[in-house]
Design a protein around this ligand. Structure first.
Ligand code: 6PG
Length: 472
């Protein structure tokens, strides 16, 4: 079968992906630029390390690499998102021919992908932006792949990507043509946004248990393991492993500095929501929680200034049922918020996203796989253009956990433990289900100080009124 691919960039992800291609019988040629300081070329070393199992034609000369590939060429870039992608594309261009295809497998910003796709189309070159999730192990054994770009390009190369992707529960590849131009990278960005929310949900739940109930990491691990019989969440699963990991006499989690890093995709999701004028509460709260965590010195000083100390105020056994209900509701709301942004983006950018299909390719290989993601396939198939929180089974589930959610948030805040994502989830839920919001006051204030006008409940929408607020 005619399946061939050239791969540029043998970093951690590139190497794993190359091995994955090879293991599926795809002809894979690798390129890594020559690095002056290194004695042995990265590409050569990689080929030699694996020569007993696979044959990797390798190059450190870009022209020879391109010329060696079968036409029309398929080239996947596994280089750092940002200027490196443009640099590689520019240096490839002189050697490419019409109908060649470049796939960007990094975490590029979707607007860059839209720009690059347009640019290359003018030159007769196909370009696909493909989000790839699953980290090193996923890349090696089967990631979730979110390719966006011209349908024609997917028809040609999609099958190759499908062969290296993870499989869903029915054995179908966790890879689908997401949509045109930037759709694939947008969907990957939002995947990471949901990931940020889920990670922070687990983190703040752990934090409250660790300090608010004085539970040992081992105890929290046991509890999370119990919860995960229901959730089947990859992130919860790794958190159990993390909490159990010992180093010398102690737990390693206790030795890890509490200041989070990030590479941008979470905040990009927030930017996208702001541009579209839609909510993104939990994801944004998760990004900002990482930001404030980074201000370690300030936090330590403020803790002293406010005489804050960690106090045991709750009993693990007494709160664990409510905590689980709250966590599960928070997770569902986080997903609902994320998928709602996909819906809005799909409408605004004319991407015609299939949300059920996106949930399906997120059921395996990727970081946010879970049993709820499996449920979402049907939930989103059922009513594709409705907020997840409007589906009948979700309504009864949330109704049943609302008091646990608000109760836990209240209890934690009162005891001095922040719950940025859980409280955002509670606020979103209450706002989303408020027939009467507070915005009549906002509109009145805007009209008062700026004559911005307002609509009235007793008049049709679209008719605007202004009041002379002061008598004199
Ligand atoms: C994945 C991950 C992966 C990576 C992100 C998150 O889906 O495999 O999301 O893409 O871990 O870059 O990184 P940050 O937490 O550093 O933003």
């Amino acid at each position: 079968e005619d399946a061939h691919m050239g791969l540029v960039g043998l970093g951690v992800m590139g190497k794993s992906l190359a091995l994955n291609f090879a293991s599926k019988g795809i002809d894979i040629t690798v390129f890594n630029r020559h690095v002056e300081e290194l004695e042995v070329d990265i590409a050569k070393k990689f080929a030699e390390e694996n020569k007993l199992v696979y044959e990797f034609p390798w190059f450190d000369n870009l022209e020879k690499f391109v010329k060696s590939l079968e036409r029309p060429r398929n080239i996947i870039l596994m280089v750092n998102a940002g200027p490196a992608v443009d640099m590689v594309i520019e240096s490839l261009l002189p050697f490419l021919d019409k109908d060649d295809l470049i796939i960007d497998g990094g975490n590029s910003h979707y607007k860059e992908t839209v720009r690059r796709e347009g640019l290359l189309k003018e030159k007769g070159i196909f370009f696909m932006g493909a989000g790839i999730s699953g980290g090193e192990e996923g890349a090696l054994k089967g990631p979730s792949i979110m390719p966006g770009g011209p349908k024609e390009a997917y028809d040609r190369a999609g099958k190759i990507l499908e062969r290296i992707a993870a499989k869903d529960r029915n054995g179908n590849p966790c890879c689908t043509h997401v949509g045109p131009d930037g759709a694939g990278h947008f969907v990957k960005m939002l995947h990471n946004g949901i990931e940020y929310g889920e990670m922070q949900l687990i983190a703040e739940t752990y934090h409250f248990l660790r300090f608010g109930t004085n539970a040992a990491p081992q105890e929290i691990a046991d509890l999370f393991e119990e919860w995960n019989k229901d959730m089947k969440s990859f992130l919860l699963e790794i958190s159990v492993e993390i909490l159990r990991k010992k180093e010398n006499d102690g737990f390693i989690i206790d030795q890890i500095l509490d200041a989070a890093k990030q590479k941008g995709t979470g905040g990009w999701s927030t930017n996208a929501a702001l541009e579209l004028g839609v909510p993104l509460d939990t994801i944004t709260a998760a990004v900002l929680a990482r930001n404030i965590s980074g201000k370690k010195q300030d936090r330590v000083s403020a803790m002293k200034a406010y005489n804050r100390e960690n106090k045991r105020t709750a009993d693990l056994k007494e709160i664990s049922d409510d905590l689980f209900k709250a966590y599960k509701a928070g997770s569902i709301i986080n997903h609902a918020i994320g998928f709602d942004l996909l819906l809005e983006a799909s409408k605004s950018y004319d991407w015609n996203l299939n949300l059920s299909e996106i949930a399906r390719i997120w059921t395996n290989g990727c970081i946010i796989r879970s049993s709820f993601m499996e449920d979402l396939i049907d939930i989103l198939k059922d009513k594709p253009s409705e907020n997840v929180l409007m589906h009948s089974e979700i309504i009864s589930l949330i109704k049943n956990s609302e008091s646990a959610l608000t109760g836990i948030v209240g209890q934690a805040l009162k005891a001095g433990y922040p719950m940025p994502v859980l409280s955002s989830a509670a606020n979103y839920l209450l706002s989303f289900t408020s027939g009467q919001s507070s915005a009549n006051m906002i509109q009145a204030q805007r009209d008062f100080f700026g004559a911005h006008t307002y609509e009235r409940t007793d008049k049709p929408r679209g008719e605007f009124f202004h009041t002379q607020w002061l008598d004199n």
